[in-house]
Design a protein around this ligand. Structure first.
Ligand SMILES: C[S@@+](CC[C@H](N)C(=O)[O-])C[C@H]1O[C@@H](n2cnc3c(N)ncnc32)[C@H](O)[C@@H]1O
Length: 193
């Protein structure tokens, strides 16, 4: 059984200083005092601590989070990121040196998006649930994707304190979990399958 508090501590210890993000993605200028990017630093810390071979991100936006994870994942690992709009512009503009990014455009609730890339979702070590922050969306995604969780799977969720619906969906998650608002004020969650 995954020791979540220990993993969380290891991820925090492996977080890079803010300015290291700037060297990993020179397209962005980071304010040295800015605290709002703690969760990007945590994404890096988590992939450094867990060393996943397969990561799935639900809700990729401009691809910045995906970029930071990919830049710090082990060789031969893969990251799949989904967004409903044709976004992920940052990831496309400056793909990390090891370009093992798989960009999928579609609705996370439409499982046919996975057919074309032929990925085995049960091989995912690390999930990042970060799409539409509503009760309906999170519970629908949890129903669809949790069947692919296995012993040792780790899930990160952003914004679980953002609204009542997200908080309710978070509370209904039956697996072992840890709430870490120090990573993101809007509520950062960690779950172990
Ligand atoms: C908070 S942003 C994701 C940020 C990203 N994870 C990061 O760390 O850089 C949420 C994204 O979810 C996407 N989204 C919302 N509903 C979705 C759905 N049903 N399927 C796929 N993507 C969705 C939105 O288009 C938006 O880009």
């Amino acid at each position: 059984m995954m020791n979540l508090p220990l993993l969380h501590k290891q991820a925090i210890q492996a977080m890079p200083p803010l300015m290291e993000l700037h060297t990993q993605y020179p397209g962005k200028y980071w304010m040295p005092t800015a605290d709002s990017y703690t969760y990007y630093r945590y994404l890096v810390g988590m992939v450094r601590a867990l060393e996943p071979t397969q990561v799935v991100e639900l809700g990729g936006a401009n691809g910045l989070g995906a970029h930071y994870m990919l830049s710090n994942m082990p060789d031969d690992s893969n990251l799949y990121t989904v967004d409903i709009v044709n976004a992920l512009s940052e990831l496309r503009a400056q793909p990390p040196q090891r370009n093992n990014a798989h960009i999928l455009i579609g609705d996370t609730r439409d499982m046919t998006i996975w057919d074309e890339c032929g990925v085995d979702l049960s091989k995912t070590d690390l999930w990042f649930f970060d799409s539409d922050h509503t009760y309906e969306q999170l519970t629908a995604e949890w129903t669809l994707y949790s069947r692919h969780f296995r012993e040792g799977t780790v899930v990160m969720l952003d914004d679980v304190l953002l609204n009542e619906g997200m908080w309710q969906a978070w509370q209904e998650i039956p697996q072992a979990k840890l709430l870490a608002p120090e990573i993101h004020f809007s509520g950062w969650g960690l779950v172990a399958a």
